[in-house]
Each structure stands twice: as C-alpha cells, then as structure tokens.
Design a protein around this ligand. Sequence first.
Ligand SMILES: O=P(O)(O)OC[C@H]1O[C@H](O[C@H]2O[C@H](CO)[C@@H](O)[C@H](O)[C@H]2O)[C@H](O)[C@@H](O)[C@@H]1O
Length: 283
Amino acid sequence: MHTDHGDHGLPAPATKAGQEGLDALLTHPGKALIGLDLDGTLAPIVADPEKARAHPEAVPALAALAPKVAAVAVITGRPAEVAVRNGGFADVPGLEHLVVLGHYGAERWDARTGEITAPPPHPGVAGVRTELPELLERLGASQGTWIEEKGRAVAVHTRRAADPQATLDQLREPLTGLAGRHGLIVEPGRMVLELRPPGMDKGVALTEFAQEIGAGSVLYGGDDLGDLPAFSAVDRLRTNGTPGLLVCSGSDEVTELRERADLVVEGPEGVVRLLAALAQRLD
Ligand SMILES: O=P(O)(O)OC[C@H]1O[C@H](O[C@H]2O[C@H](CO)[C@@H](O)[C@H](O)[C@H]2O)[C@H](O)[C@@H](O)[C@@H]1O
C-alpha cells in the first residue's frame, strides 16, 4: 500500500489508521514501541539460516532510533541467543535497552543484563526430534529438505529443494500430524514448517510487552505468516485506543501481510530506510 515519500524520506501510510499511528509516534516518541521481526524484515533472506545477518544498516538505524522512543523489541521465531548473534545486537551504544523476544516470545533477552529468560522446554520436542528424520525419509521428501535444530523447536526447511513450495505443501499435513501427536503446533513460514510448543505467538508477545512499558503507540514490522498475530495485536490495540502502524517488509513469497499493512516497503532495505528516516525526523 504505499510508498510515496514525504519529508525526511518518510513514506506515507496508505490508511487513516496507519497515518494516525505514525502521527502518534512522531508526536509522542517517548511513548512509542517499535516492534520488529528479524528474518526477512531486519535481515535479508538467504538459503542458509546460519548465514543470515542483519542488513548492514539495520543496527545503525536502530541505534539512532532507540534512544528517541520508549522501547525497541525484536520479536522473532529464532532462539533469542541466535537472534542476538545474527542481528549483532549485543553491546551496541544506543541499544542498551533493546529487548529480543525469541521463539515467538517464549524467550526474552534484555540488552541491559545480557541474560535470557525462558520457560522449561516442552517435552514433546524430544519425541518429534526422534521421529522426524524417519518420517521425512518415508515421505520421500525432496533432496535439499533439511531439519533445523532450534532447541525449543525443530524446523523443516524446503528452500533448497528443487521445488520449495511443492515440497512444503507435500509435508504440511504429515508434519501437522506428527506435531499434534506430541502436543506441538506447526508454524508455517517462508519455505519452512516449524514444529513448536503452543501457547505463545508474536501477538501475545507484542501485547504483553506494550502493556509492560505502557506504550502509547505501536509500530510493528514483519514479513512472514508468523507476524500475522502481531498485526492482529496492533489491530486490537487500535480498537482499544492505542494508535498503531503496520509495516510490511514486502516479498514475492508472502502476500497476506501486504494486504493488511498500512505501509509496504521493499524488504529489509526498505525497513532500514524507514527506521533511519524515523530517527532523522525525530532529531
Ligand atoms: O520470526 P523470524 O525472525 O522471521 O524467523 C522466522 C524463521 O526464520 C528463519 O528462516 C527464514 O530465514 C532463513 C534465512 O534467511 C531462510 O533460509 C528460511 O527460508 C526462512 O524461513 C529461521 O531459520 C527459522 O527458524 C525461523 O523460524
């Protein structure tokens, strides 16, 4: 939905609600919460998740913006420790109060302490971990399909398969069955099906953190299906009187967020440009 650029390179939201969210952020930045996804939003998508890194301008833009707003939270499906490493978020001047909510909010890393808090692991993950390789073999999953070990979850990636989408579609139902037998859920994403514990999502994580800091406005940016609960959380906050701005980091792989966003920017490059423009505007 949109991309006209106003002053300070700030794109204009395409919706009234989004414009109200942006106005609230600019008028009272000290009450604004900035929530951002990592992979596909702050970090460009690459074939090997271990090699994913934040866009080179992401940390500088965040470090310029964070001291001017109430809080910045990175809300990601990654384990918090991995997100902090891949993002390069530790020990950055300006990011002393950054919070990373990993595993869709189940884990929390605070830059202030450098510590991670997390609930006990879900017992079902061990069973899934054991059965998964044999199941993939039995299903004849295409070459290039591989399992990412995430500690509190396991993810099956198909990006490196000859036909990533067809392979994903083939695996969806059997993996949902396997997850269900062990009390887990399947979290679909960009060429990935993650088998993870239920009970937490990015919407819950964003809402709880907004309440914790008493946010007066919320900007949330994401690119993937796992970000939809956070979009819904912003919608609910808006209904209850807290202005919000929904930003989609656009890609060809996911269309759902594009349709619901107030502002669509072109991938992580567009996201960091937006963050830098906000920081500059708040100078
Ligand atoms: O919530 P996010 O920060 O967006 O994390 C979601 C998943 O991100 C990673 O996978 C995605 O990025 C990879 C690296 O660019 C890419 O290869 C893969 O196709 C994407 O789905 C991560 O590996 C997953 O564990 C996260 O759940």
